[in-house]
Design a protein around this ligand. Structure first.
Ligand SMILES: [Zn+2]
Length: 172
């Protein structure tokens, strides 16, 4: 087996994932049943349960029962596609959910249950059939400019309005 095949099988092999001794977090969310197959975004809470002991405390979590997830909500955002069937609940294993230098959680076990409403912090992104323009339009909302930039834009608008007024008065 070549190096890449080996790496891939290591990533996809559940036994290897189970054997990994790095911090493993667990989060249970609920989504409406008709979200199956859709892409969702989840703002991971600042603390998630330890996936090994489920809160009881073990070596993997330093007996704390959970793991802290540092960073602001944007830094704790995870985007994933739901399976096309959610009946009975599914567990999505997300490796390095916050990137390599991320919050220290090597795996996030996202347990998804089909219900009536989406849990707090869970948003629908794209339907089962990807629709690019819809995704494009959703982007600016996710990266809204900081308050300072919005204020500057407001002042710029006011300045333009004033200039127009002055021009109008002078022109009379
Ligand atoms: Zn634990």
């Amino acid at each position: 087996m070549n190096a890449m095949g080996e790496a891939l099988s290591r990533v996809l092999d559940p036994a290897a994932l189970d054997a990994c001794d790095k911090p493993r977090g667990r989060l249970v969310i609920e989504v409406p049943a008709d979200w199956a197959g859709a892409v969702i975004e989840v703002v991971i809470p600042t603390r998630v349960a330890c996936a090994r002991c489920d809160g009881g405390g073990c070596e993997g979590c330093g007996l704390r029962g959970g793991h802290r997830v540092p960073g602001d909500p944007t830094g704790r955002l995870v985007r994933t596609r739901l399976p096309s069937a959610l009946e009975g609940g599914v567990v999505l294993r997300i490796l390095r959910p916050f990137g390599d230098d991320g919050a220290g959680i090597a795996q996030l076990h996202l347990e998804v249950r089909a219900g009536t409403a989406a849990s707090a912090g869970v948003t629908w992104c794209a339907s089962a059939v990807p629709e690019e323009p819809r995704i494009e339009r959703a982007e600016p909302r996710a990266v809204a400019p900081p308050l300072g930039a919005r204020k500057a834009a407001t002042y710029a608008t006011i300045a333009v309005a004033l200039a127009a007024l002055v021009a109008f008065v002078l022109g009379r």
